[in-house]
Design a protein around this ligand. Structure first.
Ligand SMILES: [Zn+2]
Length: 92
């Protein structure tokens, strides 16, 4: 059996109860982000953050994990710390 390598992903536990007041908000808690966002995550199917080191695995067509791709989304500093900074990635 070949080993199946799934990309690492982590549930972001989003909170969509509030309505953003500006056009730039955190993808997890929907709080507005003031100024230039410092943190980004690659948001994928099921409100999961894709580990930045596993982009290749995610993009691999033979990957057993397929799903929606919401691209690189900004998140606020509080959510970045809660999720873990190792899950944040560079802006596209
Ligand atoms: Zn947030």
């Amino acid at each position: 059996m070949p080993s199946i390598t799934k990309p690492r992903m982590k549930y972001t536990d989003p909170d969509f109860r509030r309505d953003p007041k500006t056009d730039q908000w955190c993808a997890i808690c929907q709080k507005d982000i003031k100024g230039e966002p410092k943190f980004y995550i690659h948001l994928i199917d099921g409100c999961m953050a894709l580990h930045p080191d596993d982009e290749e695995k995610w993009n691999d067509d033979t990957s057993p994990t397929q799903g929606e791709d919401y691209g690189i989304q900004p998140i606020g500093p509080d959510c970045a710390k809660r999720l873990g900074l190792e899950w944040t990635c560079e802006k596209e």
